[in-house]
Design a protein around this ligand. Structure first.
Ligand code: PLP
Length: 434
């Protein structure tokens, strides 16, 4: 399909489409209709953690296509029950009850509704630079983008400063967060609140907001703030769940069990599957209060079958340990590359969720926005796909690498080599004014 046909028939939902059409995707690679082979360091939309079209996911979907694809929302099959039970066994007490959905924003909408239903309150707290989705409730807790031009947020939506060791939001500390921003944030919320605080929602690594891992102790301190106010803590592991950060779930690294956990992208292996998971106590009370949330594809068998296959493969192929080891390898390669590029201001992240923030120089930390855009385009032209996100919270200057957990050493080497070349080419172009 020609470029102009896309613009004729598709709504441009987030700027321009990539400058090619895809024929096929397999493992860490995407193949285009004009014969290019592109190393996909975005895992699709951070979802194909087993690599594209993993044969076990394909097999599970094929089985489901034969047996049952979709059901009435009140009927469940064995795969749905099996996946819910498997999640309960994977997660610590008391996270035992799941609702199986499709996309991340839905899982977070359900988490918000559960928190409201359980507490009988409506106010929600999120972090600046967060991304939880662009549906009405989640967009009101997404502070990295998507507000301007879309009218009022849901009443009772509050933002507190996202902790960021490279760029402290309250200009207070440097390279080591002492969580004073959390204290200041909650003091502000307490004064703005009408006394109806229901929950706080956080990502363990703010990904779209600039690959910002919550500093040590932050999630624990946030849980205490919530407990003190009778609020629930909702942890959104859309990107971090199921191995990406080198543990099965990111919250395990923080020693905190959330009241409600949401998972999505990484659970389906590329198939739309997400889950909102909570305790029996919360679910029982919400149910008694008449909790209602329905979608057409809730508890659908086909994505559940894919989810079971994903969990099997993660276990059998040791992908959690692999993500940890390959993440360390990727960090080492990037740190070596950083030595030759002053513009690589910061390399950060956890496991295989890595941010490379580009600055004009390391002292001023001025975002190198034009360079970021040029490097992203040059990498794609050289055969490496990466996203660019907002490093300084305003402009896009942070490259994001999130390859499949099955990525090989050779693929990491190739990605870093392409990035190195792209940086060199683009700096030369910027310096010569071309
Ligand atoms: C942390 C997080 N939560 C929620 C979402 C929304 O998920 P979806 O786009 O599947 O609705 C995203 C999407 O990027 C995300 O990164």
């Amino acid at each position: 399909m020609a470029h102009d046909e896309r613009e004729q028939y598709l709504i441009r939902y987030a700027g321009d489409f990539a400058p090619f059409v895809v024929a096929k995707a397999e493992g860490s690679w995407v193949h285009t209709t004009d014969g290019q082979r592109i190393l996909d360091f975005t895992s699709g939309q951070i979802s194909s953690t087993l690599g594209h079209n993993h044969p076990r996911v394909v097999e599970a979907v094929q089985r489901s296509l034969r047996d049952v694809i979709h059901l009435n929302s009140w009927m469940v099959n064995e795969d749905v029950l099996g996946l819910a039970e498997r999640l309960a066994r994977l997660l610590p007490e008391p996270l035992v009850r799941s609702m199986l959905l499709n996309v991340g924003s839905e899982t977070n909408e359900v988490a918000i509704r559960l928190a409201k239903s359980y507490t009988g309150r409506f106010e929600m707290v999120g972090l600046t630079r967060s991304f939880h989705g662009l549906l009405a409730g989640t967009n009101s807790l997404t502070f990295s983008m998507g507000h301007s031009g879309y009218g009022p947020l849901v009443p009772g939506s509050f933002a507190i400063p996202a902790p960021h060791q490279y760029r402290c939001p309250i200009r207070h500390c440097l390279n080591a967060c002492d969580t004073v921003c959390l204290d200041v944030g909650f003091e502000t919320v307490d004064q703005a609140s009408v006394g109806s605080l229901a929950a706080m929602m956080v990502e363990p690594v703010l990904s779209t907001g600039g690959i910002i891992p919550l500093p040590d102790g932050y999630l624990q301190a946030a849980k205490t703030k919530c407990d003190e106010r009778g609020m629930l803590l909702i942890v959104d592991e859309a990107q971090t769940g199921f191995g990406r950060v080198g543990s099965m779930f990111a919250f395990e690294q923080d020693g905190v069990v959330p009241d409600i956990l949401t998972v999505s992208k990484t659970l389906g292996g590329g198939v739309p599957l997400g889950a909102t998971i909570t305790s029996a106590e919360i679910e029982d009370r919400a149910h008694a209060n008449g909790f209602l949330h329905l979608t057409t594809h809730v508890s659908d068998p086909m994505p559940a079958a894919a989810g079971l296959a994903v969990l099997d493969v993660i276990e059998e192929e040791g992908l959690v340990e692999r993500a940890k080891a390959m993440g360390e390898y990727l960090f080492d390669q990037l740190h070596t590359m950083q030595e030759t590029h002053e513009e690589v201001g910061d390399v950060r992240g956890r496991g295989l969720l890595v941010g490379i923030e580009l600055v004009t120089d390391r002292d001023s930390k001025t975002p190198a926005t034009a360079l970021g855009a040029a490097v992203t385009a040059e990498c794609l032209a050289l055969g490496l796909s990466m996203n660019i996100v907002k490093g300084d919270g305003r402009t896009s200057n942070c490259l994001r690498m999130a390859p499949p957990l099955s990525v090989t050493h050779d693929e990491v080497d190739l990605a870093v080599e392409i990035l190195d070349r792209a940086l060199t080419n683009c700096k030369a172009a910027v310096e010569s004014g071309s």
